[in-house]
Design a protein around this ligand. Structure first.
Ligand SMILES: O=P(O)(O)OC[C@H]1O[C@H](OP(=O)(O)OP(=O)(O)O)[C@H](O)[C@@H]1O
Ligand SMILES: O=c1cc[nH]c(=O)[nH]1
Ligand SMILES: [Mg+2]
Length: 208
């Protein structure tokens, strides 16, 4: 797995705001979406384009357009939904493939509860969205699901990743590329990222 760690001042500043202990649900939600939008800009850098001639205001003009079937966004329920609007702002015609996992609090293993992928997923680049990559169990399960559905090219956007999770997924899926706003220090004894953001799903949905 190739890991691209964001080095942009806007991303660093916005992620810093998200770490504040008393951040409101609204601000956390807004910032999740804004950072996701900026990560999308990075992740879309190598999308193929093709030339096309159109009629412009002064006659025919050659323009670039994105080539072929493009992207399916894959938000991981719940927390990944908090990133979705920011990504759709930049890729408005993307199809959305939804997968649902929650972590068992004791074993930290992902439990699948929903999968609905785009029909033509084998022709699309999957762009997984999840704010947190902690032990890596949820991302591994998502990649397995997407590959079984026929997906051949997978990228992922994360706000914060732990070194432990990156190592695990890198070993299993060297072909996957991820874009992260930050790689933090480590996991605590209950599988939360330090310094991290806390429970991203709860913060986005206001459930704690
Ligand atoms: O790398 P892992 O150790 O698998 O942990 C990361 C997962 O944990 C969180 O989801 P959570 O289980 O809290 O579900 P939620 O989005 O419904 O809150 C997070 O959004 C990831 O999906
Ligand atoms: O730090 C973490 C780890 C998993 N899920 C979260 O929401 N936060
Ligand atoms: Mg959660």
């Amino acid at each position: 797995m190739t890991v691209h760690v964001a080095d942009h001042p806007l991303i660093k500043h916005k992620l810093g705001l998200m770490r504040k202990h008393d951040i409101s649900t609204k601000d956390f939600r807004d910032l999740s979406s804004e950072v996701a939008r900026l990560l999308t800009y990075e992740a879309a850098k190598d999308l193929p384009t093709q030339k096309k001639t159109i009629q412009g205001w002064a006659g025919s003009v050659e323009v670039d357009e994105l080539k072929g079937k493009k992207i399916t966004i894959v938000p991981i329920l719940r927390a990944g939904l908090g990133m979705m609007n920011g990504v759709i702002d930049l890729i408005p015609s993307a199809k959305v493939s939804v997968v649902g996992y929650y972590r068992n609090e004791e074993t930290l293993m992902p439990v699948e509860y929903y999968v609905k992928t785009a029909n033509d997923i084998e022709e699309r680049i999957a762009l997984i969205l999840d704010p947190m990559l902690a032990t890596g169990g949820t991302l591994l399960a998502t990649i397995d699901t997407l590959k079984k559905a026929g997906c051949r090219r997978i990228k992922g956007l994360f706000l914060v990743a732990a070194p432990e999770g990156i190592k695990k997924v890198t070993e299993a899926h060297p072909d996957v590329e991820i874009y992260v706003a930050a790689v933090d220090d480590r996991l605590n004894e209950v599988g939360y990222i330090l310094p991290g953001l806390g429970d991203a799903g709860d913060k986005i949905f206001g459930t704690k």
